[in-house]
Design a protein around this ligand. Structure first.
Ligand SMILES: C[S@@+](CC[C@H](N)C(=O)[O-])C[C@H]1O[C@@H](n2cnc3c(N)ncnc32)[C@H](O)[C@@H]1O
Length: 199
């Protein structure tokens, strides 16, 4: 089985059903292209994007870090009442447990899940240590801007910063902040942007 088929197969085991392969394919391709040793996903949820990083890290020998509190209260996003109304129906702690099991059952050992808010974990990484980061955690304007302020310095020159949900107004200030030290690479979809760190 090739790696993309393997990612698709493991995605079916993830706690939240998501079969769209475009984003996982891009993540896998970029992590392997960069020969990334450290990737970070802020906001892991059911893990379908994280699985792509985990499989890619088997190739590069690096570690895929996934940061998420997996707590309903923390998942509330300032300024998005309609999104927040769906949160109580999602068993975040169960997603965390199930994703751990999926990683173990598939021997995806080049992974670390960190159950915390991303705003409290940036010191785990040295400046310039991260090769690839996917910022897709709390989309409240203050939270995502803080993610950019804390984590962009942790990305090495030539590393990639992927912002999800850029069509959400609250994400714009964070992308603008990152652009001070990055150049635009591509839009993997209308709702995603990838930047390259330039200094
Ligand atoms: C849109 S989902 C992430 C989807 C995932 N990246 C994917 O591609 O499948 C947002 C996630 O962000 C998490 N989250 C909320 N606040 C957070 C914070 N302060 N730090 C890290 N993650 C957070 C939520 O628990 C939720 O799982």
């Amino acid at each position: 089985m090739n790696d993309l088929d393997r990612i698709a197969e493991i995605m079916t085991q993830c706690p939240v059903n998501q079969t769209q392969l475009d984003k996982p394919k891009h993540i896998y391709a970029w992590i392997t292209k960069l020969n990334a040793q450290v990737s970070v996903e802020i906001g892991v949820f059911g893990g379908t994007s994280f699985i792509a990083a985990a499989v890619a890290m088997e190739k590069t020998g690096g570690i895929a870090y996934g940061i998420d509190p997996w707590m309903n209260a923390e998942a509330m996003q300032e300024g998005y009442p309609a999104v927040n109304a769906t949160i109580p129906g999602m068993p975040f702690p169960v997603y965390y447990q199930k994703l751990n099991r999926v990683l173990k059952n598939n021997k995806l050992f080049n992974t670390r899940l960190i159950r915390a808010k991303s705003q409290e974990t940036s010191e785990l990484f040295d400046d310039g240590e991260i090769d690839f980061i996917h910022i897709d955690g709390n989309h409240g304007a203050a939270a995502v801007l803080q993610d950019a302020e804390l984590y962009v310095p942790k990305v090495r020159k030539g590393g990639i910063i992927w912002f999800d949900d850029v069509l959400w107004d609250s994400v714009t200030p964070a992308v603008r902040h990152a652009m001070k030290s990055c150049k635009h690479v591509c839009r993997p979809s209308s709702n995603d942007v990838m930047l390259e760190k330039t200094c």
